[in-house]
Design a protein around this ligand. Structure first.
Ligand SMILES: Nc1ncnc2c1ncn2[C@@H]1O[C@H](COP(=O)(O)OP(=O)(O)OP(=O)(O)O)[C@@H](O)[C@H]1O
Ligand SMILES: [Mg+2]
Length: 236
């Protein structure tokens, strides 16, 4: 099938993306007809006040929820045209998630945490262990492979989460305030790492942040207000 998005290097695209939450008494229009296009290798930051719809947008970009209307294309695939089991498979193969609270499994090792998405994808043990170790080496925490995540520093735990996000070679890495639980120096290191993933390894990162210094290290900021795009700022 001819794929316009793949042809033009678009990894992520939304079409009139809208989300309404129906919570009991109140109906919240969290996202209102948002149109975004993101190219391979871009490092895009999403900025906006609390409650403006940033996390809602990220969840919809990452196949974690379903829109009320509109579309999300990942690598040209209209992801919400699929049922729940296919959608879970798309999420596993195409999306890497990094959260503020790391969301690592503390009863197992760092290595096993990184392997997890590859286990779900059915990658053979020797292949996924080699890949996980290679990522841990790249991120400078190879010596922590057999530790429990809880025994690592915050910055090291976030690196584990980054390795886990990378293991299936996703089309896009989505990060929701990944430095929110880190001190400013460690936070800056994580942002530099994400930036390097884009410039050196041609990964695509979309990150929610409240930090304007971090935002200025991305290639482009999309400002969200009241569920709508307010403006875009392109750097350098
Ligand atoms: N599961 C939900 N049910 C009902 N309303 C929700 C739900 N999730 C979010 N909302 C509402 O949707 C709006 C957008 O929320 P969202 O979490 O996307 O904001 P945000 O920009 O990420 O904010 P923050 O910076 O505080 O994380 C808010 O008004 C919020 O209360
Ligand atoms: Mg949020």
């Amino acid at each position: 099938m001819y794929n316009h998005d793949m042809d033009s290097g678009l990894v992520l695209r939304t079409e009139n993306l809208s989300k309404v939450y129906n919570g009991g008494y109140v109906r919240v229009a969290a996202l209102k007809s948002v149109n975004i296009s993101i190219r391979k290798g871009e490092f895009v930051t999403i900025i906006g006040p609390s409650g403006s719809g940033k996390s809602t947008l990220l969840h919809l970009l990452g196949a974690l929820d379903r829109p009320t209307s509109g579309k999300v294309y990942v690598d040209g695939i209209d992801i919400y045209s699929y049922g729940d089991s296919e959608l879970a498979m798309i999420r596993n193969r195409k999306i890497g998630f990094i959260f503020q609270a790391f969301n690592l499994i503390n009863r197992t090792t760092v290595l096993r945490n990184v392997e997890m998405p590859a286990i779900i994808a059915g990658i053979p043990s020797d292949v996924r262990v080699a890949k996980a170790m290679q990522l841990l080496r790249m991120l400078g925490i190879e010596d922590k492979a057999n530790f429990k995540p809880i025994s690592l520093s915050g910055g090291q735990q976030q690196r584990v989460a980054i390795a886990r996000a990378l293991i299936n070679d996703p089309a896009v890495i989505l990060a929701d305030e990944p430095t929110g639980n880190l001190d400013s120096k460690t936070g800056l290191e994580v942002i530099e790492l994400l930036s390097t993933l884009c410039t050196k390894y041609h990964k695509t990162v979309v990150m929610v942040t409240h930090n304007l210094e971090h935002a200025s290290m991305s290639t482009r900021s999309i400002y969200i207000r009241d569920g709508m795009i307010e403006k875009e700022v392109v750097y350098q």
